[in-house]
Design a protein around this ligand. Sequence first.
Ligand SMILES: [Zn+2]
Ligand SMILES: [Zn+2]
Length: 145
Amino acid sequence: MSQPHHGGCQCGDIRYAITGEPIVTFACHCTICQSQSGSAFGLAMRFHAEDFQISSGQLQSFTRRAESGQVFTNSFCANCGTRIHHHASANPDHLSLKPGTLDDTSWLKPTHHIFARSAQNWFIFPEDAKVFDTAPPNNNWLNGE
Ligand SMILES: [Zn+2]
Ligand SMILES: [Zn+2]
């Protein structure tokens, strides 16, 4: 894909640009992602945090402590509430973008599906996807390994 990638929120206040390529794109079927997205699963695209720039508007954020003890900082448009990204305390150099906010979503393809144990029962996992019942056994996949 050509760079930079541009995107923004639903109301248009927030605009961003990403200069790097994603490390990994995945779908999370956990119930927290279901409630956050108001949908069947959450999509995330990991980037190096330094590759992400806000070009207009200002993000607001809230924090949530996960069962693992990790603190997630979740950032969204203060006006329309569209979630743009989050980052985890354990990995401050990475940022998980909500890739549905990209202007061009035609190239999104999650390679990993995690927390499949709580996936909607009508969901059919793609044959070439890596599927995990919960979180993958180690974090190498989050570094593109
Ligand atoms: Zn907005
Ligand atoms: Zn999740």
